[in-house]
Write a protein that binds this ligand. Structure first.
Ligand SMILES: *[C@@H]1O[C@H](CO)[C@@H](O)[C@H](O)[C@H]1NC(C)=O
Ligand SMILES: *[C@@H]1O[C@H](CO)[C@@H](O)[C@H](O)[C@H]1NC(C)=O
Length: 433
């Protein structure tokens, strides 16, 4: 039964106030901790400060790296050596949590050094990344993997990893991404949410008259337009006719060795496995942080078109990388891709039968183990999670648990101090939000 109208408004108001308070609290906190940054300014690290100097044996490996294609230089059967230095630019609402789990597992298995944030699970997002935000950072410090949410700042990131590190990111059809972001983050964009009050279908109302509801200077407004452009460190409010749009897209292409696509996630993982010279087991996954299928149908054709037009910078970005993705698949071999995707799906399916109680994702309320409870958006328990099977053989017990552990708990397992995140969770638990 739906809650009475009054109660709903009350809790929505509570959520708005809380969301706004918390965000301002964080902004305040970080405006003390981090000097404002701008992408056009030089990086915060002065010239001459040593950047990451990899250990000798590592630099030898990376010397073989040339323009993103790594040539044979090692030991493994494929004639390549598994890459261990990875920058994953984690975009929002793009299946990136699933990829994060893959990276956590690989790093943990090989004892790699992660560049983690301190206090929370992102690098002061939506502020730009700065290397001083990395837990335990000292000039010259060198890390294997960076993968938490950030607003990308290439020069700051580059100096933290070996020169041959692989840069990867993931994109998603911007209309779908917008829909997801709107549902997940809408309520923390008070300027928009206030104006949408009382609309039965907020998404449709917004997309029919976005300029009426959208305030580009409003708190958290970046979540509601060209979020990919924003996360990648660019101005998400650029005039689409500006030549800078295309320049930025080409810059992403130069900087990233692989751009994965959420819609073709398995194909993406096959390309990733190839790029990094990893094993099939390294890229096994269960979908994490997925939203319950909404009661309402997905975007209508009209709203899809509107959402694409509203996020036109992201749409251009996506179109560019969708095209290059398929050229890459052609180069890899279509038939070979089909075989490898089938192998990956079979292996995932096998793990599903081994690990997951009931064989599928369930609502938050049905998750028994708090360690497997996913983080929920404000005001809705819409993110699904899993139950681990009671009896799993010794051989798979650890892998199963790691594959099913949500981001926040995994970060804590890896020793990240998450006091801000945990404080926020305690407040929400207390208010039953
Ligand atoms: C760069 O990559 C291309 C193929 O992608 C290769 O033909 C070329 O030799 C590489 N450049 C260097 C310097 O190795
Ligand atoms: C991506 O490209 C493929 C192949 O050209 C095309 O079939 C598909 O519709 C594109 N996807 C999107 C979401 O535009």
């Amino acid at each position: 039964m739906p809650p009475p109208q009054k109660k709903r408004w009350e809790s929505m108001a509570k959520g708005l106030v809380l969301g706004a308070l918390f965000t301002s609290f964080l902004l305040l906190l970080y405006s003390y901790a981090v000097p404002p940054l701008h992408p056009d300014l030089p990086s915060t690290t002065p010239e001459g400060t040593p950047s990451c100097s990899p250990a000798p044996d590592e630099s030898e490996t990376t010397a073989a790296a040339t323009n993103g294609s790594w040539s044979a230089n090692g030991s493994s059967p494929g004639g390549c050596r598994p890459r261990r230095d990875i920058v994953f630019m984690k975009t929002h609402k793009t299946a990136s949590s699933t990829l994060l789990n893959i990276l956590f597992r690989f790093g943990q298995k090989h004892g790699l050094k992660f560049a983690f944030p301190s206090g929370r699970n992102d690098f002061a997002y939506p502020a730009f990344f700065a290397r001083r935000l990395v837990q335990g950072y000292r000039p010259g410090a060198c890390f294997n993997i960076i993968c938490n949410h950030m607003r990308f700042h290439y020069d700051e990131v580059r100096g933290l990893v070996a020169p041959g590190a692989a840069f990867i990111t993931v994109l998603r059809d911007p209309a779908r991404l917008f829909e997801s972001s709107f549902h997940y983050f809408g309520s923390v964009v008070p300027s928009t949410w206030r104006r949408l009050r009382g609309r039965a279908d907020k998404l449709a109302a917004f997309l029919r008259e976005p300029h009426r509801y959208y305030d580009p200077r409003g708190l958290n407004a970046h979540y509601l337009r060209n979020l990919l452009f924003f996360d990648l460190g660019y101005d998400s409010g650029l005039d689409p006719r500006s030549p800078r749009v295309q320049e930025h897209i080409l810059e992403v292409e130069r900087r990233f060795h692989l751009v994965l696509l959420q819609e073709y996630f398995d194909e993406s993982l096959v390309l990733l496995k190839e790029l990094l010279c990893w094993q099939l087991e390294d890229v096994l996954y269960f979908r994490l942080n997925a939203r319950r299928a909404p009661a309402a149908p997905r975007l209508s054709a009209e709203l899809y078109r509107r959402a694409t037009a509203w996020n036109v910078l992201d749409a251009r970005l996506y179109r560019h990388f969708n095209a290059s993705f398929w050229r890459r698949v052609d180069a890899f071999g279509r038939e070979r891709m089909r075989r490898e995707v089938a192998a990956l799906r079979r292996a995932n399916e096998r793990m599903r039968r081994i690990c997951i109680d009931g064989g599928r994702a369930v609502d938050a309320a049905a998750i028994r183990d708090a360690a497997l409870q996913p983080w929920q958006p404000l005001g809705a328990k819409s993110i699904l999670g899993y139950n681990l099977k009671q009896s799993i053989g010794r051989r798979h017990a650890q892998l199963c648990r790691r594959m099913l552990t949500p981001e926040i708990q995994y970060l804590m397992d890896l020793g990240v101090n998450l006091w801000v995140t945990r404080l926020w969770k305690a407040v929400r638990d207390f208010l039953q939000w």
